[in-house]
Design a protein around this ligand. Sequence first.
Ligand SMILES: C[S@@+](CC[C@H](N)C(=O)[O-])C[C@H]1O[C@@H](n2cnc3c(N)ncnc32)[C@H](O)[C@@H]1O
Length: 204
Amino acid sequence: MGVLPGLSMEKPFSQACENNKEPILGVLRNTFANASRVVEIGSGTGQHAVFFARHMPWLVWQTTDLPQHHAGIRCWLEQGPDNALPPLALDVMSDDWPVASMEALFTANTLHIMSWEAVKGFFRGAGERMLAGGMMCVYGPFNYAGAFTSDSNASFDAWLRQRDPLGGIRDFEAVDLLASRAGFRLFADSAMPANNRLLCWQRR
Ligand SMILES: C[S@@+](CC[C@H](N)C(=O)[O-])C[C@H]1O[C@@H](n2cnc3c(N)ncnc32)[C@H](O)[C@@H]1O
């Protein structure tokens, strides 16, 4: 998705975002009811940001991602609501996140793409910056008790590991342990379409 300044690019599109945005919103509009600013990690195309910001006008949605995704996110934000903000460069592996504190965090389909070291960085960084009482929601596929929850998730995991040996569907229990060590308490685990979950924690 990287383009040279001044050159136009094709607007990226994710069918999965179109399929999952309504069910995710159904949970987020309650969980983020009192939030005024949400930081999204790994905004990808920017589709979620535009949709969630439009449907939760009481908050500001801050997009972030690795720089190669910024041009695509900006394409989506051109027709987005004013409360969806241009992307900040945020790599969870870095200690230098461009946000000093957070009251709410959302991320979708990122933990199985990044390495386990990066997953650890994600929870460490979130825990260090999240204000007490702040909400964190993570969408994606997870394994439970060491098992895939569907054949399609097993195939997806094989595809992920072939693409990048450091990727792969994460164990819910291992992820929740990282969250707990970072100061978060799980308060909801909601079933989502296509064998995905939406995990929500609150910072103690
Ligand atoms: C499969 S895409 C998901 C994009 C979008 N959230 C969605 O649901 O369609 C994975 C995203 O994770 C981001 N990502 C991967 N490694 C990352 C890292 N170390 N720090 C921040 N984001 C990362 C990628 O740049 C990409 O945008």
